[in-house]
Design a protein around this ligand. Structure first.
Ligand code: COA
Length: 169
């Protein structure tokens, strides 16, 4: 069972032969400036010592991607996206919970997860703040940094579990 209780969506580490699957994910034209190309995210993963490229799957359909880089006390989520044909179905929310849970589980030294959001990308901001990420006053390459501590993540994941229990008849 996933931490969200959403059994429809799974995250799986991208296998080398699945790069084309990730590269085939598409965004709406107005979203292209909001997130790095999958190719750039894959190049970052290739350069990094400790990075997880995740594909999001619903059955055998790849619906999204992100790259998580690990650096001791902090991990960073980048390139987070859901394919344009699959947006608005709750997959971003489910994938985010799974990625956060896996990151804190696998990175014992990680205290917080960081990510950045461009001003004006309200859907992403709402997704991250809705989960429990907190906007900081710090910026990276013109994008605001959001942060989630281990304690905040635990709270968010517990809240999702409780919601799922309430929804079970
Ligand atoms: C941001 C993104 C990943 C959300 O994925 P998604 O699967 O469509 O999101 P979900 O259906 O799981 O919705 C999760 C939450 O995101 C927010 N959200 C999603 N789409 C939204 C929209 N069009 N407007 C406002 N908020 C929106 C809402 O808070 C929503 O929660 P709610 O349904 O309880 O209101 C997706 O829109 C995307 O890939 N955007 C382009 C790339 C991008 O900007 N990535 C983030 C880079 S920082």
């Amino acid at each position: 069972m996933s931490p969200t209780g959403d059994s429809a969506l799974e995250i799986r580490l991208l296998e080398p032969e699945q790069r084309d699957v990730a590269l085939a994910l598409r965004l709406h034209p107005h979203q292209l400036d909001w997130v790095p190309d999958v190719a750039d995210s894959l190049a970052l993963v290739d350069r990094h010592d400790n990075a997880d490229p995740w594909l999001f799957w619903v059955g055998d359909v790849a619906v999204g991607f992100c790259a998580v880089t690990h650096g001791g006390a902090t991990s960073s989520i980048g390139g987070f996206l859901v394919d344009r044909d699959h947006q608005g179905k709750g997959y971003g929310k489910a994938a985010l919970a799974l990625v956060v849970a896996d990151t804190f589980r696998s990175q014992a030294k990680c205290d917080s997860i960081l990510l950045t959001v461009r001003e004006g990308n309200d859907p992403a901001r709402q997704l991250y703040e809705g989960f429990g990420f907190v906007a900081t006053e710090r910026w990276h390459r013109g994008e605001r940094i959001f942060s989630l501590t281990r304690a905040q993540a635990r709270k968010a994941l517990d809240r999702l579990q409780a919601k799922r229990k309430d929804a079970t008849p």
